[in-house]
Design a protein around this ligand. Sequence first.
Ligand SMILES: NC(=O)c1ccc[n+]([C@@H]2O[C@H](COP(=O)([O-])OP(=O)(O)OC[C@H]3O[C@@H](n4cnc5c(N)ncnc54)[C@H](O)[C@@H]3O)[C@@H](O)[C@H]2O)c1
Ligand SMILES: O=P(O)(O)OC[C@H](O)CO
Length: 319
Amino acid sequence: MNSIAVLGAGAFGTALAISLAKTGKPVTLWARTGGAQMQAERENTRRLAGVRLPDTLMISDGLETISAQTWLLAVPMQQLGQFCHQNVDLLRGRDLVACCKGIDLATQLGPVALMRRIIPDATHAVLSGPSFAVDIAANLPTALTLASPEPKDAQRLRDLLSTQNIRLYSSVDCTGVELGGALKNVIAIAAGLAIGAGLGDSARAALMTRGFAEVTRLAQHLGADPATLAGLSGFGDLVLTCTSQKSRNFTLGLALGAGEKMPDHITVEGVATAKAVSNMAQSAQIDLPIVHMIAAILDRKATVAQAMDALLSRPLKPE
Ligand SMILES: NC(=O)c1ccc[n+]([C@@H]2O[C@H](COP(=O)([O-])OP(=O)(O)OC[C@H]3O[C@@H](n4cnc5c(N)ncnc54)[C@H](O)[C@@H]3O)[C@@H](O)[C@H]2O)c1
Ligand SMILES: O=P(O)(O)OC[C@H](O)CO
């Protein structure tokens, strides 16, 4: 039977491992730290407290002992490059499924292109779509997209990684899937800012819609299929993340809009991605006004009021 390894015992990696283990397939969750405690307590108290790990889920802190063919990389986006560089020999020849959302600041690459650059001799894929770790862990229904360049790999991994509460759809459009997942986080910060600053639901809807236009514009420029952007990993995840306080990106926006701070240790992928995409768009001369404004606010180069003034005073144009 195909065995699966999930690398990174954060909230998402742990939730995926729990759901996959319930299918009866052999699943190992690798933790950089805290593996022994998780094994003893059968709970990830740091990242996914209150959820019991299935008895069949194996916990490991030794990457070199894992023999699974399919490895899900569930580390944060800005850690993915370093993680791949450190483990090139172990990752070579495997199915590598990136489960992170974002654009690498150092290279301006998404997860698939980054993995391909560091480990060319492997099968590369990305898993993305609307899904909170707590929902997956609570066995609530979710639907996501699994993209890999070759149709047979995309379908094989879709079938292998679907579970009772994770319904996967396959795609070969890795660029579209990863850009939708990366950019929805930036737009969610904008949506949170609008609500936090008291600008209202109409302003949030406008930012979501015009933000989605920016995502589609950039993704098409980079060769993505616009239909992918309208799917689960694009529009679907944008809606979830811009409307739920379970989202860390939306919550960061809420806090900033209300003039408050968020704790530093929380993974908020949209912060680095806003900067990376803003730089990318500037060099490619693509107009992404909302992304630029969010990058400027996060960089403390603009206030929320200044950003809204700048957005509203842009020349009028056809939709
Ligand atoms: N939490 C969610 O609901 C959710 C849902 C879908 C996708 N994601 C995506 O999953 C990715 C991870 O998010 P998360 O919520 O699990 O984050 P998290 O903050 O809960 O956990 C991140 C984990 O990565 C580990 N880690 C960091 N650097 C590492 C390294 N160099 N080597 C090994 N392990 C390392 C940390 O120890 C931690 O356990 C993000 O890209 C996020 O966008 C999260
Ligand atoms: O908590 P967030 O903002 O990282 O969002 C989690 C997932 O990406 C939602 O699909």
